[in-house]
Structures are given as C-alpha cells and as structure tokens.
Design a binder for this molecule. Structure first.
Ligand code: COA
Length: 387
C-alpha cells in the first residue's frame, strides 16, 4: 500500500532531570526539527500543531497546546493537545497524519513534552496515578509499578519463566542507552545488579522501572507525495493503528496480554500491507521490563511466553536478528510521558536515514513504533519505511 504521509524533520532534547522548563524544552526540540529539514521549510507552511502532554509539567492542567504554537513562533495556528497518558505521542502522530491526508494542513508539527522532576514526590505519584482507574485501583493505592508488578508475577508463573528474562530487558536497554547522547541514563548494568536492586513492586526492582524524566521531542509531518520537496530522505508512514481497552485492569479478561496493543498492531499491519518479517527493528513501550515482553507477544513477534526466550537468546539486542529499543527505550532513555511516543518516531527517523551514530542498526529499512497509555488502556502502533 502506498504511504500516505512522511516525516521530514525531527528534534529531541536530552531526557533526564533537567533545568529547563516545558516551554524551553519544546523550543529546543521544535527548533531542531525545523533545522533538520534538508531543503528547509518555512514555519508559515505549518497549518496545525498537536501537543502530546499529560500535564505540561504537572501544573498547567489545561490549554497547553497554544504554548506549542507560540514556541513554534506562530501563535494563531490551529493547536490541539492530545492526551492519552503515556500514549499521547503515538495518538498525536495519528492526528497529524490524518490532518495532512485530509488536506486540512500542508504540514503539521507534532511535539511531546513533560516536566516531571520539579514536582514533589506525593504530587507526582498522584498526578501519574490518576491516569489509571481512580474508582477502584489508583485512589486505593495501586501505582503503575504495582500494576506492572502484578502483571509480571502472573507472566512468570503462567509461563514458568524466571526473573532473568526481565533483567535481560534492563541490561539490553541500559547498554543501548549508553550509546544515546539524549538518554537519561548512560549506566551499563549487569544482570546481577538488576536482580539484586532494591524491590519496587516485586518482582520488579529499581532497574525494572522507567525513570521519572523531563524532556521533549518533535517531528514534522507532510503528505507523502509532497515529501521530496523538503528532503531527499523522507521517512514514510506506511501504516498506523490504534486500540483501547478497559481503563481498570480488573475489568479485563486477562492480565498478561494487552488487547489494545493487539488491536493497534492488527490495524497497522493491515493498513500498511507490510509483513512482520520485513520490520528491521522495533521501538516498543518498555515502561517496565515486563512491558517489553508483553509488547513482543501482543505485536505478534513472539508467541505467549516466547518473548522471554527470545530476549534471553540475545535476538532483541541492537546487533541481534530483531533489535528492540536501540535508543535505550523508556527504561534507559527515560520516560517524559507525553514526549515518549514522539521520541520513538524521532529514533525511527534517525535510524532509517542512517543517522543514529554509534547505535545505528546496519541496513535498517523499516521500523515499528508501539506506544501504550498507562497499563494498556490505550495503544498506538506505527509502521515506517526509509524513503
Ligand atoms: N532506572 C535506573 N536507575 C534509576 C531509576 C530507574 N528507573 N530511577 C532512579 N534511578 C537511580 C537514580 O539515578 C539514583 O542513582 P544515584 O544514586 O546513582 O544518583 C538512584 O536510582 C535513586 O534515585 P531516586 O530518584 O531517589 O529513586 P526513587 O526511589 O525516588 O525512584 C522509582 C525510583 C523506580 C520509584 C521511580 O523512578 C519511578 O517511580 N519510576 C516509574 C515512573 C512511572 O511510573 N512512570 C509511568 C509509567 S506507566
């Protein structure tokens, strides 16, 4: 199927505990995205902007999309915020692709941002927590680490797998993050360090969790048939899919499979007409190590319980047969909620243009992104190809 849209530019801040506020973070990512368009693009050609953000720093609860238009230098342009918790970025890209293909804008800017480290711990826990079910789960004290800990326990028991498979995800992604100058962590870990780290929500320890990060990422989207006006190396959006599930985990039929991901993947593969075997690498939503195993299975790259074996075999390392999260993933690169889905597209843009430096995957031609909201209530999947 012919691609409908293309990414022509991308920008990214460092992820981590940063001095900058959300406006400055956005400005940095947006300026880099415009600066990366090979033949240039005038900001007046951008007809619409989408901001992906959970809370724009936790303090500006509403109406933050206008800030993105301002920081792009064009207050006045149509601006919307897409908020699907951690999946905001994936859904913002979807909205942008729809806008350019529907003809409502010639070019669209998508940017994700979060400023998480300037909130007191209690407020941050509340702010993150209420993105899950508040009636029965979050206000009763269940955190995201708690939910994923329950899922991990169930997965290990169901499939007779040991915690080494979880630890291997952390080891792999920290090794990848060490090669990514934008990553929150550049610390290489051993399996023993991961397994002996303080417990957060058993069987998940400190190194099984994504960190709390600040950061922003931005991409520029145009219709596919206009892409070569801006660059000789566009990255085409071949297919997109999205799905949702019960917000409350207790309402779902099973703990160890995310129906939202399965629906999103099915749609993206159908939309693109692409076969799984032609995907060179994956950017999956590894907010906790267990989430990477679930993703491999729900996306159809491994059968139930098989993702553990695949991971332990080394196949998902950057140099393996199916590289997963070559940028370090949410685990080591960091997880500034709204920015993460856009950051995945940034990595795809760099990799498919051969611009990923020491973490470059040799011969990468096609990639998949997978962005999940909370504990699987929403999911967005994208399939991209080198131009
Ligand atoms: N991975 C690796 N190292 C981490 C880390 C992580 N997730 N979180 C913190 N660290 C490191 C810090 O850099 C620091 O190292 P140092 O002592 O060498 O400086 C040390 O661990 C302690 O950091 P601190 O910030 O005090 O940790 P914390 O106990 O306050 O927080 C978590 C740790 C895991 C609880 C926190 O990162 C967390 O809540 N993560 C999940 C966030 C989340 O739920 N996001 C939404 C997902 S759906």
């Amino acid at each position: 199927m012919a691609a409908k849209a293309a990414i022509i530019g991308a920008g990214h801040t460092r992820f981590g505990a940063l001095e900058a506020g959300p406006r400055a973070l956005l400005r940095t990512a947006v300026d880099e995205a415009f600066g990366s368009v090979d033949h240039g693009i005038d900001r007046s050609e951008v007809g619409e902007v989408y901001l992906a953000s959970l809370g724009f720093g936790g303090w500006q609860i509403g109406n933050s999309a206008a800030v993105l238009a301002e920081e792009m230098g064009r207050p006045g342009v149509a601006a919307s915020r897409i908020e699907n918790a951690c999946a905001s970025g994936g859904f913002a890209l979807r909205a942008a692709v729809r806008a350019v293909t529907a003809g409502s804008a010639e070019a669209v800017l998508v940017a994700g941002v979060e400023k998480m480290t300037d909130m007191p711990n209690a407020r941050r826990r509340y702010w993150l927590g209420v993105s899950g079910d508040t009636e029965w789960e979050r206000l009763a004290g269940l955190t995201f680490a708690g939910v994923y800990g329950l899922i991990a326990s169930r997965y290990l028991a169901e499939h007779g797998v040991g915690p080494e498979a979880l630890a291997e995800v952390a080891v792999k992604n920290h090794a990848a993050g060490a090669l990514n100058p934008n990553a929150h962590f550049h610390k290489v870990l051993t399996r023993e360090q991961v397994l002996s780290a303080p417990r957060v929500a058993d069987p998940l320890g400190l190194f099984d969790c994504c960190p709390v990060s600040d950061g922003a990422a931005a991409v520029l989207v145009v219709r596919a048939d206009r892409a070569r006006r801006f660059t000789d190396s566009p990255v085409y959006v071949e297919g997109l899919g999205a799905g949702s599930d019960h917000l409350a985990v207790q309402e779902r039929g099973e703990l160890t499979r995310f129906a939202a991901t399965r629906r999103a993947a099915e749609e993206a593969f159908r939309d693109s007409g692409v076969e799984r075997r032609s995907i060179s690498f994956l950017e999956v939503h590894d907010c906790f190590t267990i989430a990477e195993l679930l993703a491999l299975e729900d996306l159809g790259f491994a059968g139930p319980g098989e993702a553990a074996r695949l991971t332990l075999s080394g196949a998902t390392r950057r140099t393996g047969s199916l590289p997963v999260n070559p940028d370090g993933g949410l685990k080591a690169k960091g997880h500034p909620i709204g920015a993460s889905g856009v950051s995945q597209v940034y990595e795809v843009f760099r990799q498919l243009r051969g611009e990923a430096g020491p973490r470059q995957i040799a011969g990468a031609e096609r990639a998949l992104t997978h962005n999940v909201g909370g504990a699987g209530a929403t999911a967005a999947v994208g399939i991209f190809a080198a131009g």
